[in-house]
Structures are given as structure tokens and as C-alpha cells.
Design a protein around this ligand. Structure first.
Ligand SMILES: C[S@@+](CC[C@H](N)C(=O)[O-])C[C@H]1O[C@@H](n2cnc3c(N)ncnc32)[C@H](O)[C@@H]1O
Ligand code: SF4
Ligand code: SF4
Length: 380
């Protein structure tokens, strides 16, 4: 039977061992840092299954799941109940032992958030306590990848790298290092391909693509995922501004949206480490709270989501009305303070968006030419 949502996202902890500048966890999040009570977690999983709320759980919120001592038990409890489980980690604490335990717990998807492939930028992510150098971090990832290739488990290892090809000329989060280069990407991927090819247990034909197939998404293209093996992929994803909360630029005014629709609230819900139930994972500070699950209480998750406040909010969304200020901001439009630049942006981007859809096989040379020519006229 079809579940009511695609994903139940559960935050095991909002403690973290990194302070990534592109994430609200270290700077914007004001929620009290804690670890979810394991029994509360069990209760949530039971209700997700009993009320057919989702068939997939993502053990991710605004924190690092590998800091949660009972991570393996948490994964196992959910997979034992027939749920598909995914975990996203910054990988600092991921070692071979944990990896093998996650395989045994039948984890479906493990996202390794490499994200930034630049030494200086990596150092900016460190919280001062961790002394792992960038080289050690990458070497550990290589060990993780080779263990994965050798074990060939059911678990999919998905290595995530972030860029800002949407507005490549602009620092959308006030960060300078989002321009992922093809050379950087090649330097990283080439050894993975050599490793696979050198593994006698894996025939070359198990490779699903060649190194040349992997390209950085271009102007206006969506995120891409390249499957290198059946259970190993590279995700190239666009940096987002966390519901328009993280744009460091003051060139824009944000016009909150009163009307609109959101797919996220239809597909998922988020339960934070203290049991607070929210609309989605972008809501780092629980501004879209629908209710709270407690260990001793008799609240039902399904009621929190579909009765009272939950019903009011979802009914409004169904009618195209956005009532929560956080969602209004999230779906809001940016307007450049200088009118001419604003119209310049519209002329510059919208036709390309349409063109991108129409000309699927355009050459990268053309993309570069049109980008540089237009950029000369409408400098933002
Ligand atoms: C908030 S983290 C929590 C899990 C874990 N700490 C990690 O880093 O994988 C979940 C995912 O969001 C990603 N993320 C954080 N800030 C982002 C941004 N501005 N744009 C896109 N993804 C972002 C992280 O890199 C990670 O892959
Ligand atoms: S992206 Fe993950 S690792 Fe980085 S600060 Fe946020 S929660 Fe921590
Ligand atoms: S509109 Fe609200 S529910 Fe939808 S993605 Fe944005 S913050 Fe989440």
C-alpha cells in the first residue's frame, strides 16, 4: 500500500563535529543541542510503520549522525521493520568498522558529504577540535571507497559534492569556493576508476560509465547523480540557501510568497531530536512546528501531521495559500534592489532557462560563449 509520505526524516542529534559555513547548524540554529532518546526513536519508527506514514527514513537533520552512539541499533530497528534507511555523514568519524556495521544493519543509502574539494575550505569546516588534515580526510574516504568496492554490499555509497553552477559568477552563500572545476573533479574520480579497474573481483564491465561521462552540471542544469557502479555514485548538487535564510548578499530584498505550492511538505516531514515535528528538513530552527512527540505521552504522529495545526497548514497549501512566515520566505522571490539589474537578471536568465529545456544537447562551448557575452552586458 502506498505510504502517505515518501520520507520520514528523523534527526538523531543536532550536535555536530564540523562547522560548515554553508550550513545553518553552527551559526543560525538556536535549538538546544541534544541526542534523541533511543526509546523515543523506537516509538517514532513504530508509529511510522503502524500508520503507514513512510517507507523510507532518513536519519538526518541538523547534526552529525555518526556522533549518535546507537546509530547502528537505530538503523537496524528501522530496517527490521521493513523500512528503507538512509544516513548522511560528513565522514569525519566514518571508519571501516562503522561502515561494515552499517552494511550489516542493512542500511540502504549512505551519503558521504564530501561537498567541498579544496583544502582551505575544508579547514574552514573544522570546528577546532578535530585535527584531521584534508589529506587524511581524503585518504580515509579512499579507504571507505575501496572497502565498499571490495565488499560490494547492498548499501549504496553516494558521494556528494556541492557547487554553485546555477549562478556560477556569484557567491550565493557568501562563499568563494563553490566553483567546482573539472580538473578537481577528475583528480578525485580518476583514482576511483583505477581502483575499480584494478579489483580483480570486479570486471571492467561492471563500470556503468566512463570517466569522461562525468561532467559538472552547467548553467541552469539540475543536480546530477552519476552511478559508477550499481552501489557507488557521485552526486553533484547545487548549494541551496536554506529557505532563503543564508544569502549573505544584501543586494536583494526578499518578497515573501503568500501564494504557492510546496512539494516537500507533501513528500516528507522532519522530527527533530527533541521530538518536535516540523514540515521539512529546511526548517533548521523548527519554525514550522506542527506538534511534539514525547517519550511518555500518548501523542500520535499521524494526528500531529493531519489534525489541528497540521491539517490547517496542509489544507492551506492545498488551496495555494502559504500561511507560515518561514514557508513564505522559503518560497519568496528575490528582487534586486537596483531595478535595472533586476530586469537585467530577468532578461539574462529566463530565456536561458527555456533554452536549456529546448536545447538539451547544446555544446559547452556555446554555453560558455552565451554566458560570457551576456555577463558583459548585465554585470551583477
Ligand atoms: C545538514 S547535513 C546533516 C548530515 C551530516 N552532518 C552531513 O553533513 O552529511 C545534511 C546534508 O545537507 C548538506 N548541506 C548543508 N548545507 C547545504 C547547502 N547550503 N546546500 C546544499 N546542501 C547542504 C550537507 O552537506 C549534507 O549533505
Ligand atoms: S553540513 Fe553536516 S557536517 Fe556540516 S555543519 Fe551541517 S550538520 Fe554539520
Ligand atoms: S515551503 Fe515550507 S515546507 Fe516547503 S520546503 Fe520551504 S520551508 Fe519546507
Amino acid at each position: 500500500m502506498k505510504t502517505r509520505f515518501k520520507v520520514a526524516q528523523i534527526e538523531l542529534t543536532n550536535h555536530c563535529n564540523m562547522k560548515c559555513p554553508f550550513c545553518p547548524q553552527p551559526t543560525l540554529m538556536t535549538r538546544k543541542k541534544l541526542f534523541m532518546d533511543l526509546d523515543l526513536y523506537y516509538k517514532i519508527i513504530d508509529q511510522v510503520v503502524e500508520d503507514n506514514l513512510a517507507d523510507c527514513v532518513s536519519l538526518t537533520g541538523l547534526g552529525e549522525p555518526t556522533l549518535y552512539k546507537k546509530l547502528i541499533s537505530a538503523v537496524e530497528y528501522a530496517t527490521d521493520k521493513g523500512l528503507s534507511v538512509k544516513v548522511s555523514t560528513n565522514g569525519l568519524l566514518l571508519n571501516v568498522e562503522t561502515l561494515l556495521n552499517l552494511y550489516r544493519a542493512r542500511l540502504d543509502n549512505l551519503f558521504f558529504s564530501l561537498q567541498i574539494m579544496d583544502e582551505e575550505a575544508y579547514r574552514e569546516r573544522l570546528d577546532g577540535k578535530n585535527k584531521q588534515t584534508f589529506k587524511e580526510y581524503l585518504d580515509n574516504l579512499k579507504v571507505i571507497i575501496s572497502t565498499h568496492i571490495r565488499n560490494n554490499p547492498q548499501t549504496k555509497l553516494r558521494i556528494s559534492i556541492m557547487g554553485n553552477w546555477y549562478l556560477p559568477h556569484k557567491n550565493i552563500l557568501g562563499l568563494r569556493y563553490f566553483n567546482l572545476s573539472t580538473d578537481l573533479l577528475r583528480d578525485f574520480i580518476e583514482p576511483i576508476f583505477s581502483l575499480i579497474e584494478s579489483e580483480s573481483s570486479l570486471k571492467k564491465k561492471s563500470l556503468k560509465l566512463s570517466l569522461d561521462d562525468i561532467k559538472i552540471p552547467r548553467f541552469y542544469e539540475n543536480d546530477r547523480e552519476y552511478w559508477i557502479l550499481d552501489n557507488l555514485s557521485l552526486v553533484l548538487k547545487e548549494a541551496n540557501g536554506w529557505a532563503n535564510s543564508m544569502d549573505a548578499s544584501d543586494d536583494y530584498v526578499l518578497i515573501p510568497a503568500k501564494k504557492g505550492f510546496c512539494v516537500a511538505q507533501k513528500n516528507m516531514f522532519e522530527i527533530f531530536a527533541d521530538g518536535t515535528v516540523c514540515l521539512c528538513c529546511l526548517d533548521y530552527d523548527a519554525k514550522t512546528t506542527l506538534g511534539k512527540l514525547t517519550l511518555g505521552g500518548n501523542e500520535r504522529l499521524v494526528d500531529i501531521l493531519f489534525e489541528g495545526r497540521g491539517k490547517q497548514i496542509k489544507d492551506s497549501f492545498d488551496k495555494g495559500n502559504i500561511i507560515l512566515p518561514f514557508c513564505q520566505r522559503c518560497l519568496g522571490k528575490r528582487r534586486h534592489k537596483k531595478k535595472l539589474v533586476h530586469y537585467g537578471n530577468m532578461i539574462r536568465f529566463y530565456p536561458f532557462k527555456v533554452m536549456d529545456v529546448m536545447l538539451k544537447n547544446r555544446s559547452s562551448l556555446m554555453t560558455r560563449i552565451r554566458y560570457s557575452v551576456i555577463n558583459k552586458f548585465f554585470k551583477v
